[in-house]
Every structure is written in C-alpha cells, then in structure tokens.
Design a protein. Structure first.
Lengths: 167, 189
C-alpha cells in the first residue's frame, strides 16, 4: 500500500472517530415543562374594573409558576436569552417575563427575577452554571385596552428561550 | 519527469489539506451543535367585544314652563344638566358606535318639545351631535363615531334637557306628563 493510500485510510479512520465522538457526546438541552401549550388571557365586559365608563385592569399576571425551564448538560457557564416573534400583535400591548424560582440542581442561577419586557430581539434573561431544572417563570401583560383604543381581536406572539454555553 | 513528480506531490498535498479542512468542519459542526438550544411557546390575548352604557343617576328630573317677565314675551321652558352618561365600547375592524336617544314611554305635553344635547364627550370617545336633537319616539344619534374607548368614571358626558315651547297656543296649564327617555349605545348603521 503506497503512502497516499495509507494517508487516506488513516484520515478516514480519524474522520469517523471525530464524527462519532461529536454526535455521541452529551448535548446541551433546554426543555419546557412537559405539555405546556402557552399562556392565554381573555378579557370582556365582565372584566371591566367598574362597569360602564371604566376600563380593564392596567395589567394581567399569570400564576407565579405558569411554566418552567430545564437546562441539562451544559459544559459550564450558560446564558438564557428571551425574545418574541409576533403573529398578530398590537404595539400598545406589552409583554413581560420574570424568573419566579431558582429551580433545582447542582449548578447556580442568577438574574431575571425582576420583570423585563419581552421584545423582538434576543435579550439576556438569566444565567448560571451546570444543570438547573424546574426554573419557574411568570408572565405579565399590560391592560387598559379601552383607553388605548385597542380593537377587539385575538393577539398572538411566540416566546423563544435560547440557552447558550458561554465560550 | 521532474515536473510530473512535482504535480503529483502538489496534488497529494492538496488532498491532505482538503481532508483536514473537512475534518475540522465536521468537528466544528459538532462543537456548535452542542453550544445552544432553544424552546418556544405561545402567548395569546383575547379581547372580546364590550358595549355598556349607564347613567350616573337615573332619578326623574322635572322640567316646567316659565312665565315671561313682561306681558307679550314668550313662554319658555326650563333646562336640566344634572344627568351624566358614561360608557365603554370595544369594537373591531372599522365598526363604530353611536349613542342614540328616544322617548320610549309617555308623550310630552301639548305645545311642548323635549330637546337633548350631549356635551363634554372625552377625546377619542366619540363626537357630540352639534345643536342636539328634539326627542321623539324614533331613536336618533346624540353622540357618533365611538370606537374602542371608555369615558372613564370621572369625565362623564353631560346631558342637557330643555323644555321648548314651539306652539304656546296648545299649552294647557293643567297638563303634566311623565316621559321615559332611553339612551342606547349601538352599532352605527
């Protein structure tokens, strides 16, 4: 076997080993609480704060543990970002999120405990190290829809959470 | 021959370089693949239609004729501006609403007419009909172009009722009538 073929054989073996090691290594994983569909707020006449002439409440809040996030197999430090992508939204409706629990695990967690607005661009939410599971989340949305002249409709957006291993 | 040897060596080096590049790419893909992950869910806000109107005080008001100060002057009627109206409206699309008024029970005394005018409509919550209307059994707009809005419970709309005397010759001083005026927040036609 000449040198060229030996080189190709060796390279192929190294290639296969590299591919194998990459795809079989534990991977950073982010999940939501199982089966979670999303947060829905419905307001109508019965929700006016004081009958005819009044408006809706200035804000609506989800339960404190509306859903949770689970982070597994980070290589070390990690960062959580959050953003929304509107399907049908109104500029005068503002959506907020906060981390309402520390979760559990051998790692650490910090930040994100104060409500922050969810915007159309990735924004740092919280960070930590190691595995962290059942990190509770709570949402809040602005109200006062009548005084803002917001038309009746179904307004929808998608919130995306991205966990990144810090380099 | 030497040239042929050089070309062969160059091809060999290119091959080794290309294989190395491919390997590095595959390892990089794996590295990037493990660096981030994401999940998503929806948020939905359903705002449902609202149409509600109310008077701050629905007590009966009394309007009377007033004798002229000097002989030959016309008989006039009194006014009342104590009634206040409030409403909340949420509509969709291009829908707008109006507040309409009509006499739904009773009749005004002979020779008289009941006039109604709305004022102090909060900005963004409709426009009062300038000059008001004469109330009859047919509902007529007194406030128009009401979209999604609320008057609040502090800046109520003022309603001024005036008893006019268009035909004094028909006045009967023994006549006294109770009428009901109904105000409706309705989709504009």
């Amino acid at each position: 076997m000449n040198r060229r073929y030996k080189y190709l054989l060796a390279s192929s073996l190294i290639f296969i080993i590299a591919v194998q090691s990459v795809y079989s290594a534990p991977k950073l994983k982010l999940t939501l609480s199982p089966g979670y569909k999303g947060w829905t707020v419905t307001v109508g006449q019965a929700d006016l704060t004081g009958g005819a002439g009044s408006d809706f409440a200035s804000e609506y809040e989800s339960p404190i543990n509306e859903t949770n996030l689970n982070i597994t197999n980070p290589s070390g430090n990690w960062r959580m970002d959050v953003r929304k992508q509107d399907l049908n939204w109104h500029a005068d409706i503002h959506l907020y999120i906060r981390r309402s629990g520390d979760g559990t695990g051998t790692g650490t967690i910090s930040g994100g405990t104060v409500y922050q607005e969810v915007t159309d661009i990735d924004t740092v939410f919280f960070s930590g190290t190691g595995d962290r599971t059942t990190i509770d989340l709570q949402f809040k949305v602005s109200g006062s829809y009548a005084s803002l002249g917001i038309p009746i409709d179904t307004y929808e957006t998608t919130i995306t959470y991205t966990v990144t291993d810090s380099l | 021959m030497r040239q042929l040897f050089r070309n062969t060596r160059r091809k060999g080096m290119r091959l080794r370089r290309n294989v190395l590049v491919v390997m590095l790419c595959v390892m990089s893909m794996g590295f990037v693949y493990a660096l981030s992950d994401n999940v998503a869910h929806g948020v939905q806000i359903n705002i449902i239609e609202v149409v509600t109107i109310d008077l701050v005080d629905a007590a009966t008001i009394t309007l009377t004729t007033v004798a002229p100060a000097a002989a030959g002057d016309p008989v006039t009627g009194t006014s009342d501006s104590t009634k206040q109206l409030r409403y909340t409206s949420l509509v969709g699309g291009v829908t707008v609403r109006a507040v309409q008024a009509s006499i739904t029970t009773g009749s005004v005394p002979a020779g008289t007419a009941l006039h109604l005018e709305a004022s102090s409509v909060p900005g963004g919550c409709g426009s009062e009909v300038v000059g008001g209307i004469t109330l009859t059994g047919v509902a007529v707009d007194i406030i128009t172009a009401i979209g999604s809005c609320n008057t609040t419970t502090a800046d109520d709309v003022m309603l001024t009722y005036t008893l006019n005397i268009p035909t004094p010759a028909l006045l009967d001083t023994t006549d006294s009538q109770l009428v009901t005026v109904t105000l409706t927040l309705t989709d504009a036609i």
